[in-house]
Ligand binder design. Structure first.
Ligand SMILES: Cc1cc2nc3c(=O)[nH]c(=O)nc-3n(C[C@H](O)[C@H](O)[C@H](O)COP(=O)(O)OP(=O)(O)OC[C@H]3O[C@@H](n4cnc5c(N)ncnc54)[C@H](O)[C@@H]3O)c2cc1C
Length: 577
């Protein structure tokens, strides 16, 4: 695969985008003997996947089964029927359910990927077929040194959500950090992790204890290197190349000039959707802030290129999903040297002593519901034509214990967040209300009502703490309900929440073999789409955490097999040419 003087590169498969979905396609195809080139627009590999929690929703996965959780195939199907409405008949869902466990086993057996289970992670909702756990996996933490020099090419964790660049894993790791000021054992644990991180910074100029999505991508990157995938960074794909109606490659911009990559078997689009494409957001997500008012937590390089490239060769985009974006509450962290960073509120919202109120000072949701449901409720509570926003409110004890967004818990000082205007503070609720331009009487009434019920472990207004998902997100030490605690002692704090997302759901129409479909529903020869470039198999519904990375990697695996000419469970020979 030498670059010739005309700047051409020949391969079997070109993958565009280096998130978990694109890497899964590349690794699978390379494992089965194909010559694979992967082109990444950014100077680092990993996309949103490297910033993510790294959780994949894979019902009936091998880790759950090994732990004795052996649910019948019908149960996850029933859950999807309960959650997805008419979208539950999408044939891609069957391919996902059947091949997801195979994908997990494939990566465990043949690559550097090692999994840990999420057997205690419940589904978001308690509709028929829901599970209390056993449907999630994530990557085992990874030692970045295994990547050698390539560690410099791995997208580091999202800085505003990390501790000096160190990711903290959900579960026991995070619990230790939250308890560090109250438990000597946890303090020792946290001190050990931080000491090792500081040593890594001194020796390698970045953290090496990789967790969450960072570990997932690092392990996939290691696997891609092991299998001889040619990895090109800073190489945005500009246009697809066609030969006789078939997509046969693409033109890339590289630091050395334009490069034509000829892909004999096909091209896989994996550019991570359109979370930073203002025009498409305006068209497809106007209520979620639209173009300029939508603040996605995904990297800014995800500008919808895959959808545009596909449309350029006749592909259809499905933009009529239940939600066209994977909504998330975000706050804007001021930066001295550029536009604000987007902080996704995935954890502290659900903790006791923290509530959310509208600009009118009223609650509108169970704050412990999923990020997506939280934002859907905010949008529903916002009058049409007004940009949705709200305030997360905490008392002193809760802010010091859990932090509030970018303002971290004790022992971190509050000064920087207060001085920058990110964190509002009032000695009393009235003072806080004034600082946030919320009606003071309404806020006082809201907090008094919430407190009265929270003391008893109840929330008659929004049933917070009734679902297992709510309780798991709370604090196991809090009684009588882990999800509910009153806001008692000032000073009180607030952070403004604006509409954002973890990524997008609308995308290119495909069949169950990940082949891109044209406007007549016919596959476009040689073109595949996976991850957030593929219209969500969940139809824009959000039944559980991990429903983007789970299908993303599964269809990456399917595309890799199809490109290698191998059978795929549940698909006929015509579907796997
Ligand atoms: C904080 C956070 C936590 C999350 N946690 C989870 C979780 O636990 N589970 C889950 O399922 N989802 C989670 N998500 C969502 C999930 O991360 C994304 O849905 C998923 O990573 C998308 O994967 P992808 O492979 O489609 O795209 P990405 O991982 O975004 O990768 C796309 C890549 O394509 C590149 N690219 C763009 N344009 C071009 C071009 N023209 N040429 C070449 N390359 C291009 C981009 O630079 C990027 O590197 C989370 C998101 C965030 C922000």
């Amino acid at each position: 695969m030498d670059v010739s003087s005309e700047r051409r590169l020949a391969c079997d498969v070109l993958v565009i985008g280096s998130g978990a979905s694109g890497l899964a396609a590349a690794v699978t195809a390379a494992h089965f003997g194909l010559r694979v080139v992967l082109a990444e627009k950014a100077p680092v590999f990993g996309g949103t996947s490297a910033w993510s929690g790294g959780w994949l929703w894979i019902p009936r996965n091998p880790l759950a089964r090994a732990a004795g959780i052996d649910e019948p195939p019908e149960t996850p199907r029933e859950y999807l029927r309960s959650e997805l409405g008419h979208r539950a008949s999408d044939p891609r869902l069957e391919a996902f359910l059947e091949n997801g466990p195979e994908m997990v086993a494939f990566f465990q057996d043949h690559t550097a990927l090692r999994w840990i289970d999420g057997n205690a992670v419940p589904d978001f909702h308690e509709t028929p077929g829901a599970a209390k756990g056993g449907r999630s996996v994530t990557a085992l933490p990874y030692d970045g040194r295994e990547l050698g020099d390539w560690i410099g090419k791995l997208r580091p964790p999202l800085d505003v959500a990390s501790l000096w660049g160190m990711g903290i894993a959900s579960g026991a790791d995070m619990r230790h950090f939250f308890r560090a000021s109250r438990s000597p054992r946890s303090a020792l644990y946290a001190a050990g992790r931080i000491a090792r991180h500081l040593r890594d910074l001194a020796l390698h100029r970045r953290g090496m204890q990789l967790v969450n999505g960072n570990a997932l991508v690092a392990r996939l990157l290691r696997s891609a290197l092991d299998k001889g995938v040619v990895l090109l960074d800073s190489a945005p794909v500009l246009a697809l190349e066609r030969q006789g109606g078939r997509v046969a490659g693409a033109r890339l911009s590289t630091p050395q000039g334009e490069l034509l990559v000829e892909a004999a078997r096909g091209v896989v689009l994996a550019t991570g959707g359109f979370p930073h494409d203002p025009a498409r957001l305006e068209a497809l997500a106007p209520r979620a802030g639209g173009g300029a008012g939508h603040f996605s937590a995904a990297p800014r390089a995800n500008t919808g290129d895959g959808l545009r490239l596909a449309e350029g060769v006749g592909a259809a985009v499905d933009g009529e999903l239940a939600s066209n974006v994977a909504l998330a509450p975000v706050s804007l962290v001021p930066r001295r040297d550029g536009p604000p960073a987007h902080f996704p509120h995935l954890v502290e919202r659900a903790k006791p002593g923290i509530i959310a109120v509208t600009p009118q000072g009223r609650r509108f949701v169970s704050e412990a519901d999923s990020y997506h449901d939280f934002m859907r409720a905010l949008i529903a509570a916002t009058p049409p034509g007004k940009p949705p926003h709200c305030w997360l409110i905490a008392d002193h004890k809760s802010q010091r214990r859990w932090g509030l967004g970018w303002s971290k818990p004790f022992p971190f000082p509050l000064g920087p967040a207060l001085r920058s205007g990110y964190l509002k503070r009032g000695r009393t609720l009235e003072e806080l209300a004034r600082a946030c331009a919320i009606p003071g009487v309404a806020l006082a009434e809201t907090v008094a009502r919430f407190n009265a019920h929270a003391q008893r472990g109840e929330d008659p207004d929004f049933q917070r703490g009734e679902s297992l998902y709510n309780r798991v997100q709370g604090d196991a030490e809090q009684g009588p309900n882990p999800s509910l605690g009153p806001l008692l002692q000032g000073p009180f704090y607030a952070v403004r929440i604006v509409p954002g997302s973890l990524g997008t759901f609308a995308g290119v129409r495909t069949d169950a073999a990940a082949r891109v479909l044209d406007r007549d529903g016919q596959p476009i020869p040689g073109l595949y789409a996976v991850g957030n470039d593929m219209a969500s198999v969940m139809g824009g519904h959000y039944p559980s955490g991990g429903i983007t990375l789970g299908p993303g990697m599964t269809f990456g695996y399917i595309a890799g097999r199809v490109l290698a000419g191998l059978p795929v469970i549940g698909l006929s020979q015509e579907e796997t040419p």
